[in-house]
Design a protein around this ligand. Structure first.
Ligand code: FPP
Length: 225
């Protein structure tokens, strides 16, 4: 398998997973956070995957009921506090993307701390997309570059984005076939995989199957094989 792959996942279906069990939606998020850990550890152990970028909270998710947003913030805080040890043990570097300035001061501090404390890790890079939206990311990048005297090149724009790396494999769980403002610049030649599995039921076995399927796809990048 080609080395240094970038896998990105739209983790959808938490609410439906919980509702199917007669539970509150937030139970699905809680279970979803456990799956985040499992999938991250799997990728860390499989060296052909260099980056794993996970859509954890979008710029649009603020529109959800206040209690659900508050729950997601607390869950993220709990996850990051617990995860620091796991990141270091598995040599995982945490590189969040998105505009985290919208979060509480304590959550921003925690995000920064986990980033700094894992900066030396040189295994898998796990990026959580936090208050992330592709349009917002591109606009922030363009605004950073707007005083440039020369024409903006592909490389300049790529480097000004939060996520500077093209995606190889994009997966969406939960049955919908859309991209929902996730990594629009970075998926120009990504292979797309959609599964009906709800995120809390997603497993390392299913990821392994997707990665096997990926190796069978012929990627031409606009050329002729
Ligand atoms: C979509 O499910 C999922 C999200 C809003 C974000 C993903 C969040 C997690 C996986 C849990 C927290 C993650 C971390 C890293 C702590 P949905 O609620 O839209 O599901 P539905 O489509 O069934 O309603």
């Amino acid at each position: 398998m080609k080395q240094a792959l970038h896998v990105a996942i739209i983790m959808d279906g938490n609410g439906r997973w919980a509702e199917k069990r007669g539970e509150k939606r937030v139970k699905g998020h809680e279970q979803g956070a456990k799956v985040v850990r499992e999938i991250t550890e799997y990728c860390a152990a499989h060296k052909e995957i260099e980056r794993l970028t996970l859509y954890a909270f979008s710029t649009e998710n603020w529109k959800r009921p206040r209690l659900e947003v508050e729950f997601l913030m607390k869950l993220l805080e709990k996850y990051l506090k617990n995860e620091l040890e796991v990141y270091i043990k598995n040599n995982i570097r945490f590189e969040p993307i998105g505009d985290t300035r919208a979060f509480s001061a304590s959550l921003q501090k925690l995000i920064k701390e986990v980033k700094q404390k894992t900066a030396h890790c040189d295994g898998l890079v796990q990026s959580l997309a936090l208050n992330y939206g592709s349009h917002d990311e591109i606009l922030r990048a363009v605004n950073k570059l707007r005083d440039e005297k020369k024409d903006i090149t592909n490389e300049m724009l790529s480097n000004a984005l939060d996520c500077k790396h093209q995606v190889d494999v994009m997966i969406r769980t939960g049955g919908d076939h859309r991209i929902s403002n996730f990594l629009l610049w970075q998926i120009s030649y990504a292979e797309l995989f959609f599964t009906d599995t709800l995120w809390p039921d997603f497993s390392t076995k299913e990821l392994k199957n997707i990665m096997e399927e990926f190796t069978k796809r012929e990627r031409r990048f606009g050329g002729l094989n």
